[in-house]
Ligand binder design. Sequence first.
Ligand SMILES: Cc1cc2nc3c(=O)[nH]c(=O)nc-3n(C[C@H](O)[C@H](O)[C@H](O)COP(=O)(O)OP(=O)(O)OC[C@H]3O[C@@H](n4cnc5c(N)ncnc54)[C@H](O)[C@@H]3O)c2cc1C
Length: 452
Amino acid sequence: MKNDTIDREVVDVLIAGGSIAGVAAAAALSKLGLSILIVEPGPSPGRRLAGELIHPPGIEGLYELGLLDENVPLGSAVNGFAIFPANLGDASDCMILPYGKSEGKIRCGMAIEHTLLKEHLLARVQQFPGVSTRIGSRVTAMEGDGPYTAVVSSADGDERIEARLILGADGPMSQMRKLVGISHVTQRYSGMMGADVADTFLPHASYGNIFLNPVGVAYAYAVGNGRARIMFEVLRDADPKESVKTHLSFFPDSLREAVEQNMAENKPLAAANYCIIPESSVKSNFALVGDARGCCHPLTASGITAAVKDALILRDSLLETKRDNEFDFAAALKRFSRICGRLQLTRRTLAEELREAFLAQTPSDMLLNQCIFSYWRNSANGRMRSMELLSMLDSSIFSLAVQYALVASHVFRLLPLWYKEKKLSSWFMGVFKLFSKSLEFQHTAFSQWLKA
Ligand SMILES: Cc1cc2nc3c(=O)[nH]c(=O)nc-3n(C[C@H](O)[C@H](O)[C@H](O)COP(=O)(O)OP(=O)(O)OC[C@H]3O[C@@H](n4cnc5c(N)ncnc54)[C@H](O)[C@@H]3O)c2cc1C
């Protein structure tokens, strides 16, 4: 209900959420001379698992925005993924997918303990010109039918904030989406359990180690200060204890023992893995950024990178559409929504396809799984191109379509194996599925090109 006695304030940009997406957006827009207010309720009780591995475009973006500083080391360098396939042999089959080089220099990502990263970013952005924060407050209502006015509530009462732009950076379960009536589709995939051990136990300390097995994906990567994060996926309806036991059976002995000891002494951290697709990312003077704008399975570890990209795209959209020294917010949001939509489609499609292939629950998925590893084993360029897609260095659906077709072409190499195992009919069905999927990707890529 409207209450005209509550305080009223006017800013250029109000951001609901002071985590990675909110802070990155504030830093990007502060550079445009806008006044920005970040509203953040503050730490929620109980630590949960969340993103820590950041790919090169995310790290480079955080440096560009002035949120990271080479002189303040926070985490541990990451050079790409080291992927251990469960179904195809022992640890010696591990695939190294490097980020590759840019201007002769090896590209580097970083993994930073989540709470440390969040606190560092928020502290840093508070020093930026034009940025103010309300910690311990949250947006509780959005008034009007657009343009919206936000109601910010805290222990001291309510305040109405008018802004030319309001950003919902309040995470995957976004209340802001709900408050403005943007519906979404949700799929809960699985849960995640986590532990931490010394990083000396990691098989490849400078890579994000990914262990694949029939009960899901497990990750292990150094996060700085000599520690490593270990995460296990627990599929829906699976027994968490049994899942962890199976995951651990795929780990090298010393890492398994260290994790077992850590889990016996500490309560494991937890989280849920969702795919969330909002019907739109923009409505009137409101836009979604980061996980609120959509998230997918954390397999590609690209949520933070995507959030940083959102901030840069929003900034560039405002600059691109600026006329006579005035920002055209409506035109900028239209551009933002179009570009981010494309990026998210590639990111989500890649995560979905890989997840199905890695879980390999059907013969067709198993065939795709084997094609992927055959492709990676036989092509250094393929390993690098795949990592470019995984890390969002390349977010083109065209590139994904091309890579998918190259992967699918490996079905013919696998034919003798499937023939020997008397699985020819499954092979034919798998080939049919791979080629129709491949055509689907070409079609999506072509339609996107036509639209552009
Ligand atoms: C298990 C797991 C592992 C992952 N691993 C990786 C990884 O390795 N690499 C990677 O890049 N990504 C990873 N991700 C994804 C990554 O965690 C997210 O993409 C990232 O944290 C999103 O940041 P965000 O700022 O959009 O949202 P969040 O970090 O969820 O922040 C939302 C903020 O909004 C605030 N808020 C909530 N409601 C309101 C309100 N009403 N008003 C104002 N503020 C509000 C909250 O307090 C919070 O601070 C992982 C995710 C999971 C679940």
